[in-house]
Design a protein. Structure first.
Length: 156
């Protein structure tokens, strides 16, 4: 089953329901968020988070035959930002990932260099704007809009 397929997302939600129960009702983590196979637990104690991480790792191995990703599973301060569901999340705001900003700007450059059509640029720009509005990006969206309009005007 291809990753990203709606069916795989559906089955991940069903399969990981046991993890949800374990974290919420056994560990009693108050601030637990899961989206498909990504999850975040917020707590003010680094020690508590480390303990929960060990317990979750054991639970996943024994009950669900899964393992936490060694590089992505870590206890970090929210002040450094948590990479989750496409955004860098902080306690009071969220930002876009830098690669997403680079991608839209690369699309504008590709349009300028005649590597993509107006229609392709327009579709990408519309999708990016719809995604970017969910973060604290008003100034960034205005700037990218100006860059995109300038690229279009250069072709006229």
């Amino acid at each position: 089953m291809p990753l990203g397929n709606l069916t795989s997302q559906f089955f991940a939600n069903i399969y990981l329901n046991e993890l949800d129960y374990f974290v919420k009702h056994i560990l009693k983590a108050q601030f637990y968020i899961r989206y498909v196979d990504d999850f975040v637990i917020l707590h003010n104690s680094k020690e508590q988070l480390g303990e929960w991480k060990s317990q979750i790792d054991k639970f996943l191995k024994e009950r669900l035959k899964l393992e936490l990703h060694k590089d992505k599973s870590k206890v970090i301060s929210l002040s450094k930002g948590i990479d989750f569901v496409g955004f860098r999340n902080f306690s009071r705001h969220k930002l876009l990932r830098k690669r997403n900003i680079r991608k839209i700007r690369q699309k504008v450059e590709n349009y300028k260099d005649n590597k993509i059509t107006f229609s392709q640029l327009f579709d990408s720009y519309q999708g990016w704007q719809a995604y970017a509005k969910w973060a604290n990006t008003y100034k960034l969206r205005s700037k990218v809009k100006g860059e995109t309009i300038n690229a279009l005007l250069m072709k006229i």
